[in-house]
Design a binder for this molecule. Sequence first.
Ligand SMILES: C[S@@+](CC[C@H](N)C(=O)[O-])C[C@H]1O[C@@H](n2cnc3c(N)ncnc32)[C@H](O)[C@@H]1O
Length: 604
Amino acid sequence: MKIFEADITYQVSDFLNKTLKRIALFESANDKIVDVCGIHHYFNNQEEYEVLKNILSKTHIVVKEPDRAEYGDFQTNIDLAVNVAAYLKHKSANPKIILEPTCGKGSFIIASLRTFDRIEKIFAIDIYMPYVWETKFSILQYFIDNPSANKPEIVISHFNVFDFDFTEISKEYTKEEILIIGNPPWVTNSKLSRLDSTNLPAKSNFKKHNGIDAITGKGNFDIGEYITLRIFDAFQNSNGYFAFLVKNSVIKNIIYDQKQRNFKISDIQKLSIDSKKEFNVSVEASLLICKLKQVPEFICNEYNIYAPSKLINKFGWVDDKFVSSIALYQHSSGIDGICPFEWRQGIKHDLSSFMELERVNGHFVNGLNQKIILEEDLVFGLLKSSDLKQTVIDKTRKYTSVTQKKVGQSTAFIKKDHPKTYNYLYKNKSQFDLRRSSIYKGKPDYSIFGIGDYSFKPFKIAISGLYKKYSFNLVVPQNGKPIMLDDTCYLLGFDRLDYAAYTFILLNSEKTKKLLKAITFPDAKRMFTKDVLMRIDLMKLAMQTQKAKIKNDIDELNTCYNLKIQTGTWNEYIATMRPQQTEYADAKQLTLLEPIINYNWTVA
Ligand SMILES: C[S@@+](CC[C@H](N)C(=O)[O-])C[C@H]1O[C@@H](n2cnc3c(N)ncnc32)[C@H](O)[C@@H]1O
């Protein structure tokens, strides 16, 4: 049964009906209710009170739930909420003040009432009025069932959490033990932007990322992360505990940023939950717990919420290095440094239906199955993450039209020099213009990103950022033309096959695999990123690798793939790894003075 779109039990409805029948004024009704369950301002005004009384006296209609995607709405079931509260009690939490910043239907409020017996005040907030009502109804139900239970003062606010001043609460309760408990919205700013939603903090660039981070995905953040940081800002000097259910990516970011933010939090724990079972979604999420008003800590201990006595992993900061497994890192830190060559992301165009082509009977076909005639000059083979299967790749399933040689280059030449390509692009110009990402704004028509000299290097080492495979592929030209990679992949480009092959061998070594296992997070959307790959110090790795192993592996590559890689250039290769000044301090794309050699080979 629903009232104000909120679930209400017959018992609560009956109770309200009988209790309020003879009370005319909403203030008198509020006085009555505060005695029963502690909730202040149960009714906000006379009109609201009368509407409720009117509805209570009629038959109730079940209301269809609206689409609440923009509110990251995943309500915690009461069993899980009770489990969380019990774990906190076991850790000796015994709060007097409870704060649930996005309370939803109120499971954490009920769980807290059931678990802690000396609560004096509860604050709850939600933006959705039906949930505010449902929380009120549930609390009333709790006190109907438990009339002699401890009755704190309860304030439930229908409010936008982004406008809520938490410091008012932290300043008022400086000594009392507080518990900030809940499950903030599971939604990212980029999803909200796709939904054209305004459910965002005013300062949505709170991490101070720049436009380029839109390409790498660094500018993307979860609303839950923003709320967590605001809570730490307001309550790091309060006594007590913090406990939020959040996505694992949020926990990783919080610990990562802790190095810089130095929040006074310690005993940081991540207790993984089964999101499929608890929320019927496939999102990796956990309970993040920590103690407030402590000497800052930078490490998180991982457990499973269903068997919390067994420590599973420790991750966080080891000196100035951020690692996913402190235990594994001890055995692989020796090659953690800076890659002397610069890893690059592949081509980004955000228009796969038009820009990803297949070759069929001498012409091209796009994602909409349209037949297209293009000049060959601007067409290059294209590899996506799912194509990185074979060790050595010289053929592609897909092709793409490369409209620029570097980011921002004018595309005016296409009309004059490549009229068929121009016709195709012009016909679909509106699709290019509709691309939402801000990176395309003010750029030449048909612009692409992730393009530069490095894209045209004949020999490449590639890895998918999305797949959880610790293996690198060697990509060689297709019919004499360099092969491109899409933006789900990362690459190192080389002019020489032997240098590419040496790098391929080093990157596929056990040592590299161990380092990657110690610094990557398997539940991240992109397990491998430029930042991660740039940490593989190829110079140190080369120094720790036997020449005989390199020779052996080169021989194997030559035999298996009919390559003609020379092996006498190892020292020369090492000499190219000179420290250079770039964004990554020493990293620079490998460019050689020698002319491009040896296009004349095939892969079996
Ligand atoms: C993941 S649900 C969790 C609800 C509740 N904490 C629980 O554990 O069941 C997130 C809640 O945040 C609320 N919410 C979303 N955006 C909000 C905002 N800007 N201000 C306040 N609440 C918001 C939603 O209405 C929803 O109830």
